[in-house]
Write a protein that binds this ligand. Structure first.
Ligand SMILES: C[S@@+](CC[C@H](N)C(=O)[O-])C[C@H]1O[C@@H](n2cnc3c(N)ncnc32)[C@H](O)[C@@H]1O
Length: 215
């Protein structure tokens, strides 16, 4: 399953999917067309992506079921929704958007795909009263993606769980193992080429952490 399809499938059966940073609105449109979601909100900070979103929504005859809103995060969103998608943005940006609107999202299902700093997002979720329900790892066009599904709940994660993902550590999907094997190869190459003993030591520690996490 490709990334957009996987994100949309995780919205299955939602009353209203709010896709923040929607760009072309592919996720919210697919969620309505293929995954039994009733309504949607396509939101983006920028006019260019929103006009692409409008085009996609119009082409699929969904203008009456999806609201198109120019919004910085959730700030301009006043309609209710039960599922929020934030995908393809940096982990720190996702954290900032969520923490700026905690009141609006605290009871919602969150589907998050930070393209870096996943640990920042997991830590924010834990500290803000969310628990991670599921996680996915996929490769698409040579790029590695992690998707986090979260909902209200109290839980404490270990440093290792925050770093690698509590569910990914349990499920160990193929893409996750292959991503960390590649990462270890790169770290090995640095160890082999660097003359700096401190760097060698740090990289070896990273490798040891990965081995103990994915074994
Ligand atoms: C790389 S695109 C990701 C598009 C889509 N979500 C996906 O996963 O394919 C990131 C989008 O986030 C939007 N964006 C960035 N900061 C934002 C913010 N604070 N609020 C809403 N949208 C934002 C950008 O304009 C851009 O369209």
């Amino acid at each position: 399953m490709d990334r957009i399809n996987l994100l949309a499938s995780l919205c299955e059966g939602s009353e209203c999917v709010c896709d923040v940073g929607c760009d072309h609105a592919y996720v919210v449109v697919k969620a309505l067309l293929d995954y039994n979601c009733k309504r949607g909100i396509a939101a983006d900070l920028n006019v260019g992506p929103l006009s692409s979103a409008e085009e996609t929504i119009k082409n699929k005859n969904l203008l009456d079921r999806i609201d198109i809103i120019l919004s910085d995060g959730f700030k301009a969103i006043s309609k209710d929704f039960d599922t929020a998608v934030l995908a393809g943005m940096g982990g720190n940006l996702i954290k900032d958007i969520l923490s700026d609107s905690l009141d609006k999202i605290k009871d919602k299902k969150l589907i998050l795909e930070p393209n870096n700093d996943q640990m920042v997002v997991r830590k924010f979720l834990m500290e803000s009263g969310f628990r991670i329900l599921d996680e996915y790892a996929i490769f698409e066009n040579g790029k590695y993606y992690e998707i986090i599904v979260a909902k209200k709940g109290d839980i404490t994660y270990t440093e290792n769980e925050l770093k690698f993902g509590p569910i990914l550590l349990k499920k160990k999907p193929e893409a996750f193992i292959s991503y960390y094997n590649r990462k270890m190869d790169l770290l090995m190459r640095v160890i082999d080429t660097t003359m700096d003993p401190l760097t060698k030591m740090q990289k070896q520690k990273e490798i040891n952490d990965i081995i103990s996490a994915i074994k």
